[in-house]
Design a protein around this ligand. Structure first.
Ligand code: IVH
Length: 672
């Protein structure tokens, strides 16, 4: 018999599949979170061990890494072709080796990520390994488990799931997510990832799986490398099976009878790949029939039955006018090349990050150099090469500053970090960046507090920390450059408004290492207030599902060192210090079961043992609205003794009427 727990796990798996694999959602995120919470509570209440494929077991915290494992068969690479002729040569070789037998090709997008191998035993995900050198990879099971589009358990369909499966695919970071991660990394003194592939690889090798979980990694599987006891004849068939078992395959796979057809597929994607939400660096062409694949065989590096047909990277040539050094929120110094503006992949590029001193030295980038700039999708443009043959001798070697360009403190090189840092806690550049983060859209959202204003506020010493923002007054503000009385008033209003921000926004806005928006939400969901989080022990923080040891330590230390700042924010009147957050679970339980939630009521007449005011409060505390006149927007009229014209109006408009007794019954059935 299926227990309540089994039912709930199946329901959550169903929604995970809909959302992460089919991109359809049937329930809201909040309702999904409630299901997970319910399951966590049921699991905590039973004696039975929690199976590793339970949807609550995605993030365990630490990650066991590093075991070297041999692949069942080598994970080969693909031979590349770059133009129509090379593709034609591939086709001719295939046909020659198959002695002109009819050949059908499957084409797929070549996803720019990290190749991985997934093992499923009896339908349960048990092991994940990186490609490594092709022969041996590194075990990354715990980190792969955090990727929601990797099912922890496969679904039985008309084709039974074989007892042992090895599946290969590509883990990738969707477009647009890299910038955000890199900004955070640079702030935290780590090297930014040069491209989404490195980001995916780096994220999968983290020792704290909860940090991996916070990165929006995704997967497409493309090879069924081993399926015990099955007899599949084509690649197409294996893709269909994988899809049916609940794995995520790319939807743009196609089937072709001729190499001309393949060429058309390629042409289509040269145009359209920019619209995809992930990076592709070409297409992969595969012979569909397995016995033909077998006949063609492999070289030591590549299969002879497949080839990658690459897209051209988008490049432009321009000149480095100068190199600036920016100081981040945590003091990391980042060099930025200021370029002669150039158009590349539809955007005008005026600068490119050079990441760190080492990067400048390795590529030998000098001021005045002509460089090749490359932009893949929406990734930040990068300098791929210096055109040294174009050098005139006037180029200037860049000297990395020995002192912070903002506060003149000697910079420090932190052991194990590539970044050079300004370690002056009072450095104005760092303060400016911290304020900008505090005011940003996803933090406290203080509109009108842009970089120019922040510069002046800090330079004129009107603001020495984020809490000082709450002491600003219209008069002195209106005297700042480019700030009139109206914008000063608006800014004060916006700052005032930010006091009502929920606790998770403030927690994110404080800029604590490793605390992104998701982590901030998880922490507030569990502790409900900053004060409670501040009182929590390291162990308690680490016990939150989704929070690993590194994050926990960073949060714990922050609260240990920053009480004065928090006291100042509390004194400034930020609401979240006095009003506890409502957990999503409580909120949604009102949402799902309450009769009152979202409905409009009118109360009239005298109710037994309750004033109309009290009745209104009871309704409002259950999520309902109370208005004074009956209109066609009214959902219910609550009518006590002596109801008069409102009663008649409700009857006229056909609005349902609850007598006192019905109302009291509803209140009892749907408690707050
Ligand atoms: S097939 C032997 N299909 O590209 C077959 N690979 O440059 C090789 N890749 O190591 C794998 N998308 O990590 C295949 N649709 C796709 C792919 C794909 C990306 C990666 C894979 C491989 C690399 C070769």
């Amino acid at each position: 018999m299926r227990t309540e727990i089994d039912e709930l796990r199946a329901l959550i798996r169903y929604h995970e599949h809909k959302y992460y694999i089919e991109n359809l959602s049937e329930i809201s995120d909040a309702d999904f979170d409630v299901l997970i919470k319910e399951l966590e509570e049921l699991e905590a209440a039973t004696e039975a061990p929690i199976p590793p494929d339970s949807p609550t077991q995605r993030v365990g915290g630490g990650a066991a890494l590093g075991t070297r494992l041999q692949h069942r068969t080598p994970m080969l690479s693909l031979n590349n072709s770059y133009d129509e002729n090379e593709l034609r040569e591939f086709d001719e070789r295939v046909r020659r080796l198959l002695e002109d037998a009819p050949v059908e090709y499957v084409t797929e997008l070549k996803i720019d990520g990290l190749g991985v191998s997934l093992i499923y035993e009896n339908g349960v995900f048990t092991q994940g390994v990186t490609r490594g050198d092709g022969e041996y990879g590194e075990e990354i099971t715990d980190n792969l488990r955090t990727i929601r589009s990797i099912p922890l358990r496969l679904v039985e369909t008309k084709t039974a799931v074989p007892p042992m499966l090895e599946i290969r695919g590509e883990v990738f970071l969707p477009k647009g997510c890299l910038d955000e991660i890199n900004v955070q990394r640079e702030e935290e003194g780590e090297l930014p990832f040069a491209n989404p592939r490195n980001a995916a690889a780096g994220s999968l090798r983290l020792l704290d799986a909860s940090i991996t979980a916070a990165r929006p990694l995704d997967i497409f599987v493309y090879t069924l490398n081993y399926a015990e006891g099955t007899e599949l004849t084509t690649h197409t068939e294996s893709l269909e099976n994988m899809k049916a078992w609940g794995l995520k395959c790319n939807p743009y796979t196609a089937h072709h009878q001729s190499i001309e057809d393949v060429q058309n597929y390629y042409k289509r994607w040269v145009e359209e790949r920019h619209k995809l939400p992930y990076e592709t660096d070409g297409i992969v062409v595969k012979v569909d029939n397995f016995s033909q694949q077998h006949e063609l065989g492999t070289t030591s590096k590549y299969p002879r039955w497949a080839v990658a047909y690459k897209f051209n990277a988008q490049q432009a040539i321009t000149t480095v006018k100068k190199i600036d050094v920016q100081v981040g929120r945590t003091g990391a110094l980042t060099p930025v090349a200021i370029l002669k503006p150039v158009t590349l992949a539809g955007a005008t590029i005026t600068n490119a990050t050079l990441h760190n001193e080492q990067e400048i030295q390795t590529k030998d980038i000098r001021i005045g150099d002509r460089i090749v700039l490359e932009r893949a999708g929406d990734v930040i443009p990068k300098v791929v090469e210096v055109l040294t043959t174009d050098r005139t001798g006037d180029e200037v070697i860049f000297e990395f500053p020995k002192r912070c360009p903002a506060c003149d403190t000697p910079v420090q090189r932190i052991e194990k970090e590539v970044a050079v840092r300004c370690v002056n806690v009072a450095c104005v550049a760092q303060l400016k960046r911290r304020i900008a983060h505090y005011a940003s859209r996803n933090s406290l959202q203080i509109e009108g507090l842009g970089p120019a204003t922040i510069d002046q506020l800090v330079d004129k010493e009107l603001v020495r920390d984020v809490a000082d923002l709450y002491t600003l007054e219209v008069d002195p503000l209106s005297k700042l450059d480019r700030m009139g009385i109206l914008s000063a008033r608006n800014l004060v209003h916006q700052i005032e408004r930010s006091k009502a921000a929920p606790a998770e926004k403030l927690l994110f806005g404080l800029g604590i290492f490793h605390v992104g928006e998701t982590v901030a939400e998880l922490l507030i969901e569990r502790f409900l207030s900053l004060d409670a989080l501040g009182r929590a022990s390291l162990k308690e923080i680490e016990s939150v599902n989704g929070i690993g040891p590194q994050i926990a330590e960073s949060v714990f230390n922050f609260f240990g060192h920053n009480q004065p700042l928090l006291d100042k924010l509390r004194a400034a009147g930020l609401h979240c210090f006095t009003v506890e957050a409502v957990s999503k679970r409580t909120e949604a339980s009102i949402a799902t079961d309450s009769f009152f939630r979202g409905k409009t009521f009118v109360v009239t007449g005298s109710l037994e043992g309750m004033t109309r005011g009290e009745a209104s409060n009871e309704i409002k505390s259950r999520g309902g609205r109370v208005t004074s006149s009956v209109t066609n927007k009214t959902d219910y009229l609550i009518a006590g003794e002596g109801a008069g014209s409102k009663y008649t109006k409700a009857v006229e408009l056909d609005i349902p009427i609850l007598e006192s007794a019905d109302f009291f019954q509803k209140l009892q059935q749907h408690p707050q």
